[in-house]
Design a protein around this ligand. Structure first.
Ligand SMILES: Cc1ncc(COP(=O)(O)O)c(C=O)c1O
Length: 386
């Protein structure tokens, strides 16, 4: 079982940081790689043509290991989720009368690309709203998503957990239903990959993307995607030289190539070898691979269970165990508690969480300990009228 890993971070002592879903704190080891890379350019001769390709391959390999992807060449380095989704949108085989199914209130990067398809191609976007009643909310929401998928559905695009309240989506069931109607499955794994196990062989997604600066523990502006068979011969949104065949041969770069590198590298962003961000994200995912997402879930489950129990005793609601991850969940306040007052008290006590809609999103990690949970619970309990 993993122990507390706070020593690997420089988190300030006087804050209670329960907000990894906003941004992870920087691992000391990742910062060190970044600083070394910044100064590395003092001597440009230290960078060889090979380094462009070794760098990118190392990052893709760590991501492939994390997701159990058989070849790193099926992965692509992307600067953002919206970038990967633009590639998905460009290559989606769908037209007028077809539809895309998403759970309602996805993060905008998993919405705007599809809204554009609605305008351009007449593909309709079906937003599946959560049930209004709290009882069995996660189970019922999952059922409603399955019911929304029909023979005109060409894509289901979802997180593994909902980014705002942590509801867990049953990807195996969604995959099965998508298969029945010939729809592709696209995953925005930004709020889960790194902290919640995700196996490409198990869920068989057609595309997956994760921004790097949350649960992957990396820097901002660097993420990784996976593209499956459906996208094998697709057209990328940009035409970068490194993504073309034989680009390793710097002397032959003006022998322009129509063919791409094998695999999904065609979807990689220009200057993907980014000599600062790419090694930083590589080191970060290496650390996550050492911890393992299973280990992180176990640690967080054990840490938070008794405190969640206390919260439920004062009327705070959250999703059932079965329909939520252990790393991210929304707390819904009972009527007698005032959200504005709770926010003010959190701020006074230096507790950092996110407010998303009506829920307080709590997202702990391995740097959190009992002290943090006690502070959270005590602050919420102070809101209960005597
Ligand atoms: C679920 C989810 N997807 C994506 C993002 C980031 O998207 P992008 O990389 O396009 O800025 C976030 C950021 O909070 C998120 O929560």
């Amino acid at each position: 079982m993993l122990s507390n890993q706070k020593d690997l971070f420089n988190l300030p002592e006087d804050i209670t940081y329960l907000n990894c879903s906003f941004m992870s704190p920087m691992l000391k080891s990742v910062a060190e790689v970044g600083v070394r890379a910044v100064y590395g350019k003092d001597d440009p001769t230290s960078v060889s043509p090979d380094d462009f390709f070794k760098n990118t391959s190392a990052l893709r390999s760590e991501f492939a290991k994390l997701l159990n992807i058989s070849s790193e060449r099926d992965c692509a380095i992307v600067p953002s989720v919206s970038y990967a989704m633009a590639n998905v949108a460009k290559n989606l085989k769908a037209g007028k009368g077809d539809n895309i199914v998403i759970a309602d209130e996805q993060f905008p990067s998993n919405v705007y690309a599809w809204k554009e398809l609605e305008r351009e191609k007449g593909i309709s976007l079906k937003l599946v709203q959560p049930p209004t009643e709290n009882e069995n909310r996660g189970k019922r929401w999952n059922e409603m998503i399955l019911e929304a998928i029909d023979t005109n559905t060409k894509m289901v695009s979802t997180g593994h957990v909902h980014w705002a309240d942590g509801t867990l989506f049953d990807l195996a069931a969604i995959r099965e239903r998508a298969d029945e109607v010939g729809a592709i499955l696209v995953i925005d794994g930004t709020q889960s990959i790194g902290a919640l196990p995700f196996d490409v062989q198990k869920f068989r997604p057609d595309a997956v993307v994760a921004a790097g600066y949350k649960w992957l523990m990396g820097p901002y502006s660097s993420g990784v995607a996976y593209f499956g068979e459906y996208f094998a011969n697709g057209r990328p949104i940009e035409n970068n030289w490194m993504n073309r065949l034989n680009s390793e041969n710097f002397a032959g770069l003006v022998n322009y190539q129509d063919d791409y590198q094998n695999g999904s590298i065609r979807y990689e962003v220009g200057e993907s070898a980014n000599f600062i961000l790419t090694p930083m994200l590589t080191r970060a995912i290496q650390q996550v691979n050492e911890w393992t997402p299973e280990g992180i879930q176990e640690y967080l489950g054990n840490l938070t269970a008794p405190y969640l129990q206390e919260l439920s005793e004062i009327g705070i609601q959250f999703e059932n165990d079965e329909y939520r991850g252990k790393h991210l969940y929304g707390l819904r306040l009972p009527q007698h508690m005032n959200l504005e007052e709770v926010k003010a008290n959190f701020s006074k006590n230096h507790i950092y969480v996110s407010i998303r809609g009506n829920s307080i999103r709590v997202s702990p990690h391995l740097y959190n300990g009992e002290k943090d949970l006690i502070k959270l619970v005590e602050t919420l309990k102070s809101e209960v009228p005597a």
